[in-house]
Design a protein around this ligand. Structure first.
Ligand code: AMP
Ligand code: ZN
Ligand code: FE
Ligand code: FE
Length: 286
């Protein structure tokens, strides 16, 4: 059974629109899919309509940006109520801050490269959560770099003088907000040190105490040692574990269902989610 619980669409920084994401997942044989755009639920309705057509079970979700002591944490939320005011406000604030931060990066880059803020805006769908990948796409369009990977390896890497980080809620606060909205909080790529500094066990334990439901274990940015550590941590704290692609369309190498989640973990997510129903049906196994 192919279950992929971490994917992005043009509602944030993926390259497939929400309906196209669901179609691509169906074509790849994915039976249960979560759409988890950064800090937005804007793709849910379009993805949901397509899931009903394609016979895919869709879990509406989001990837909530968090920050603690200068370290970025991404918290996946599944099945939260999109109308719950506090979580909705948290996501809206992050989108606003990301927008200003991308403009600052564009202004810094425009001093040295033929790229403007308008060029960056042209790369993001209307209302999308703006991120470094859109800045990367503007650099590609201007011929400064060949692709997103080259941008992330250089001009847009952490520590580059052109990169500005954005404020975001503490991960403990985010876990509480997701739970208060009926969602199921699962920390994404918690030990992916290739992406930047990662949090210590102390922060993870505080998140567990606040109601963390699970940890994403199988992710391409984790080493085998990272996965083993996270599996042991999950066992010790009775957390569910997931595996997922973190698919971004053509913007990243990650392929749909390159890592998958067990049916048991999916059942736990479905059982704990209270904010919104999943859409469509789980196709029976042949
Ligand atoms: P931001 O959230 O704006 O700081 O940008 C980080 C986002 O860019 C994350 O969602 C990553 O998945 C994405 N990202 C990181 N590395 C790459 C890459 N090499 N190519 C494309 N996207 C990337
Ligand atoms: Zn992304
Ligand atoms: Fe992430
Ligand atoms: Fe992601």
């Amino acid at each position: 059974m192919l279950i992929d619980l971490h994917t992005h669409s043009t509602a944030s920084d993926g390259t497939d629109d929400p309906a196209g994401l669901v179609s691509a997942a169906a074509e790849a044989g994915v039976q249960a899919l979560a759409i988890t755009d950064h800090d937005t639920t804007a793709g849910w309705a379009r993805a949901g309509r397509q899931a009903e057509r394609c016979g895919v079970l869709l879990l509406p979700g989001a990837e909530v940006s968090c920050r603690v002591r200068g370290i970025t944490v991404h918290l996946l939320s599944y099945l939260h109520d999109p109308q719950e005011p506090e979580l909705a406000q948290t996501l809206a604030t992050s989108r606003d801050i990301r927008f200003s931060r991308a403009r600052t990066m564009a202004e810094l880059l425009s001093r040295d490269f033929p790229v403007t803020w308008d060029d960056v805006l042209a790369q993001a769908a209307h209302g999308a959560t703006v991120g470094r990948p859109h800045v990367a796409d503007a650099l590609v369009a201007a011929g400064v770099v060949a692709d997103r990977d080259e941008a992330f390896a250089g001009l847009l890497a952490d520590g580059s003088p052109y990169v500005v980080h954005h404020g975001a809620p503490h991960p403990v606060e985010a876990v509480q907000r997701v739970r208060a909205a009926g969602g199921v909080p699962v920390i994404a790529h918690a030990l992916a040190s290739a992406r930047g500094k990662v949090v210590g066990e102390d922060v993870l334990e505080e998140m567990v105490a606040a109601g963390l439901a699970g940890v994403e274990v199988d992710h391409r940015d984790h080493t085998e040692a990272d996965k083993a550590w996270l599996r042991a941590f999950a066992r010790a704290h009775h957390l569910l574990t997931t595996g997922s692609s973190d698919y971004h369309g053509t913007g990243k190498q990650n392929r749909l269902a390159e890592n998958t989640t067990s049916p048991e973990s999916l059942q736990r997510v479905l059982a704990e989610g209270r904010g919104v129903d999943p859409v469509g049906t789980l196709r029976a196994l042949p």
